[in-house]
Structure formats: C-alpha cells, structure tokens
Write a protein that binds this ligand. Structure first.
Ligand code: TMP
Length: 202
C-alpha cells in the first residue's frame, strides 16, 4: 500500500486506544484524530453524546449524531489529509458505530453501515487495529476514572459490543489487525507499529 492510508484504532473503553493512536501517529508522521470530536463541530456533538445528563437521547439520535460527527470529520480532516499525501490515524471510526449502536443499542448493522458509508462519502478505513483486552481488566482500569454516558452502561451492553466487534472482524478479516492489549504499553506499541508497517509496505 503506497498511497496514504486511513488507519483506525478500535476497542472498548480503557483498552489503550488513545495512547496508541498518539504513538502510531507520531511514528508515521500522520494526522492524529478521533471520533467523535475530531473537529470543532464534532467537539460540540461529542459533548452532547458524552454528557451523563442526556439520559433521554434515543438510540437512533445517538447513531445520527455519530454519523454527523463522521461526515464533518471526513470533510474537514480525513479527506484533506489523504489528499495532501498524509496518513491518518483515528481513535475510533465507523466500526464503533456498528459495534456500539448496531450491537450495543441493538439497531442492527445494515442501516448504520449505509448511513455511515454515506457520511464518509464511501471512504472506509483501509485498516483497523483492534486492541483486545478482556473485560475484567477493562473494568479495573475504568474504576479509576470519571465515567461518561457510555461508560455508565451495564456489563451486558459491553458484552454485546465486544461480541459485535468479533463479528465485524470475522466478516472482514483482511481489514482488521488484532493486538493483545494486555502486554506492557511499549510492547503493544511495537506490535501495532510492526503490523501496520507490514501492511503499508505490502
Ligand atoms: P472514546 O472512548 O474514544 O472517548 O469514545 C467515546 C464514546 O463514544 C465511547 O464510549 C464509544 C462511543 N462511540 C459510539 O458509541 N459510537 C461511535 O460511532 C463512536 C465513534 C464512539
């Protein structure tokens, strides 16, 4: 893959995505970004989505706000960076919508795939790095921080999301790289970098 790549990191909260998005982006001299909230408009949408007071947000509204964030992100950050010849490394992507809203909120994936593909003008991530950490370890990590609206959901919600990610990976194995996120941070960083560089140089 010689052209600039759109690389997404995915996983459950507490898996280390944000740290490794930053480390990978620095290594590749890529544009580092995230969903939701990679743009000014996205930051406004993220505040609505994360606010624990917004218990009345319906699942479909939640899905559409994620798609709106994604459309802005593609237009303002991802597409221009790729056009300039830079790689893009994003903390989350369309696959979070499929896992969280599709499986977690039980909206199913076909409509969400259509809506988000439209939001992205058809430009899906070239590769997705999934940082895999068992839920008991994630729960220990989450116990140490202030929880947002999603993190306050029960264990069943996260079990459905984890199973959803597994199904998404099985359906499209070429696009996904699975990394053991329980290893020491520096080892996880090297594992991600090695796997991504191997794909970029293919
Ligand atoms: P974060 O963990 O990367 O800060 O993401 C914020 C939350 O938003 C996280 O709980 C996952 C959730 N989310 C969705 O539910 N659907 C989406 O499409 C995205 C991008 C994030």
């Amino acid at each position: 893959m010689t052209s600039p790549a759109y690389i997404a990191l995915e996983g459950l909260e507490g898996c280390g995505k944000s740290t490794h998005t930053k480390r990978l982006a620095e290594h590749l001299d890529a544009v580092m970004t995230r969903e939701p909230g990679g743009t000014r408009i996205g930051g406004l949408l993220r505040a609505i989505l994360a606010d624990p007071e917004n218990t009345d947000l319906s699942p479909r509204t939640e899905a559409l706000l994620m798609a709106a964030d994604r459309a802005q992100h593609m237009a303002e950050v991802i597409q221009p960076a790729l056009a300039r010849g830079q790689h893009v490394v994003s903390d989350r992507s369309i696959y979070s919508t499929l896992a969280y809203q599709g499986y977690g909120r039980r909206l199913g994936t076909p409509d969400l795939l259509n809506i988000s593909t439209w939001a992205l003008d058809g430009r899906l991530p070239d590769m997705v790095v999934f940082i895999s950490v068992p839920t008991p370890i994630l729960n220990e990590r989450l116990a140490k921080r202030d929880l947002d609206r999603f993190e306050r959901e029960g264990a069943d919600f996260f079990t459905r999301i984890n199973d959803g990610f597994a199904q998404l990976r099985e359906a499209d194995p070429e696009r996904w790289i699975v990394i053991d996120g329980t290893a020491p941070k520096d080892d996880v960083e090297v594992a991600i970098r090695t796997a991504v560089l191997a794909r970029l140089n293919q």
